[in-house]
Design a protein around this ligand. Sequence first.
Ligand code: GLU
Length: 428
Amino acid sequence: MATNDVFTDALSRLEQIGKDVDIDPEAIAALQQPRAMLTASVPLRMDDGSMRYLTAYRCRYNDARGPTKGGIRYHPDVSRAEIQALALWMTLKCAVVGIPYGGGKGGVVVDPKALSPMELERLSRGYMRAMADFVGPETDIPAPDVYTNARIMGWMADEYETIHRRNTPGVITGKPIALGGSLGRDEATGRGAFLVIRRYAERAGLEPEKTRVAVQGFGNAGYHVARLLQEAGYKIVAASDSKGAIYSPDGFGLYHQKQETRKLEGVYCDGSVCELVDHERITNEELLELDVDLLVPAALEGVIHEGNAGRIRAKTIAEVANGPVEASADETLRERGIVVLPDVLVNAGGVTVSYFEWVQNRQGMAWTLEEVRSRLEARMFDAFDAMWAEFDGQGRTARAAAYTVALRRIEEALLAGGDHAYFSGGQR
Ligand code: GLU
């Protein structure tokens, strides 16, 4: 694990890449700290009558390109440093896909699996009460993230509308369809990742049938990316959730969609069919080190680090999670010829369809699923091609290439009102 916290790690990478690609130091300086960070204590009345106070955060990292945007996570390991890192990555991510947003993020330090449905609703409404003056459809727009979902977004939107006494669907995205959500938002992160992998496979000459894939994590992103890869003929040989992993070197030939349960063995094997699919149980750590063509970390940050980077055997890593590879592992992976398709591009499909949802809310219109999917595809391919132009034959990593695209766009917005040279009469 890193000796630095995840935010320090994110900043060191930003500084390094900023230097390598000649970004104005004023732009890098603007990205070295969040514009604003709100820490709140959210009171939660438990079902047994007792009271708990939970620490909650919302970070508005940088709004040079538009209102800040990013999810809210519920997890026991949430920390100030983590939320700041995630908000910085959202800033870069929105710039990579060219949507008019800055970056933000929120979180609550809590184990949501230990809460009852009513406790979860009270917590979500309490979070929005604490943040109601900090977020807004033109300032900061939350969305789902780890262990939050459409229902939770619906509660939060309702709470905001109750406080402000007006219908404001654009305050939050990832809502249930009936409450102004967008078709295609639920699968958007997975579909966006799939589109990036497909485009990369075309460029790098990978054939789906010969590409063995291991997917770590089976939340909303991991599930959909595994499903789409499998449908396209990729060979899924391993998958995992927080409890463990399953592995079958010949691939899971049978696929049974059981989204309701989202249980790993329920998805890959169904009742008696399960016995036909020979699989071994392995750990999440072992999954990361399997001899596969494509490794898809789709869970939490920091799973690939200095300690295991030398043992990763995948040829390509597609970062579906935010920050699964620590900065300390970048160089080892590069030296070993492993291409890391970075999070700020690979998982940007989620926020892209969040942007479509916000646009639909402002238009008062609902787009068809086909419209959402074709617009998502166009955005993801444009972003991929912009990254590729900076990557292919340029001697830098795919991450540095994507950061370059993002940093140039952020730099342009930050310095449009004048840079150091302008205000010092041309003298630096
Ligand atoms: N939580 C997602 C992410 O990390 C989506 C954010 C959004 O839709 O605003 O990209």
